[in-house]
Design a protein around this ligand. Structure first.
Ligand code: CTP
Length: 210
């Protein structure tokens, strides 16, 4: 199958030397790309800035901002049969990016942020994607409630939820443990394992759904 995978964080510029971002390392998305390639699938990997080499055989599109990731997905999703949105996209960006470096003149500094486009949320409604849609959710509380809400709201077939309040898994770790919520109401746990093993488990389940 042809996979499109988003991975890593996005960077939202504040001025020429500063940006807003998050702790995503990209490891989960890159592990998914490796697992899919290893099982004979084609992969387009749309990646925010990370320190991981490109997986052999993947087509990698590098982006910085959420808007650039949105544009790259819009351009490529039509060719995909499976779309996995693993990136930790910044929900907001700075309303007016300063053209020059901001000087520390005041005691406080207020930045106005405006909402970024929801890429996963646009897959069905804007891009008209009809393939298998898999979303991720990073939650610190009420995991099942928030995850199933996202699954339905964004039109996913499968939602992969991480409990990011745990320091032993998820963000910037080599291991993960995820809860899977399916559109048909099924729920399953993939017990703590390396991100590569979790990725293999996810790709297997995607194959079963396809
Ligand atoms: N996502 C995306 N584009 C965004 C934000 C999120 O594609 N601008 C995708 C992520 O890649 C992930 C899922 O949506 O697959 C995570 O959604 P999240 O931001 O956690 O969900 P929201 O519904 O925006 O809820 P929250 O209020 O928790 O941010």
């Amino acid at each position: 199958m042809r996979f499109l995978i988003t991975a890593g964080p996005t960077r939202e510029p504040i001025d020429p030397v500063r940006y807003l971002s998050n702790r995503s390392s990209g490891k989960m998305g890159y592990a998914l790309a490796e697992a899919a390639l290893g099982r004979g699938h084609e992969v387009v990997l749309i990646s925010g800035p990370v320190n991981i080499p490109a997986p052999d055989g993947a087509t990698v599109v590098r982006v910085e901002t959420a808007q650039e990731m949105y544009d790259a997905v819009a351009e490529r999703i039509g060719e995909a049969e499976v779309a996995i949105f693993c990136a930790a996209v910044a929900d907001y960006r700075v309303a007016e990016v300063a053209g020059e470096k901001i000087k520390k003149t005041g005691e406080t500094l207020t930045l106005t942020l405006i909402k970024n486009p929801d890429i996963l949320g646009s897959a069905r409604s804007v891009f008209g994607f009809t393939g298998l849609l898999i979303g991720f959710a990073a939650e610190t509380e009420k995991l099942a409630e928030h995850a199933t809400g996202k699954l339905l709201r964004k039109g996913c077939d499968l939602l992969v939820a991480n409990d990011v309040s745990r320091s032993d898994i998820a963000f910037d770790r080599d291991e993960n443990e995820v809860e899977l919520f399916y559109r048909d109401g099924r729920h399953e746990t993939l017990a703590r394992a390396s991100k590569r093993e979790i990725a293999e488990g996810l790709v297997e389940r995607v194959e079963e759904l396809g």
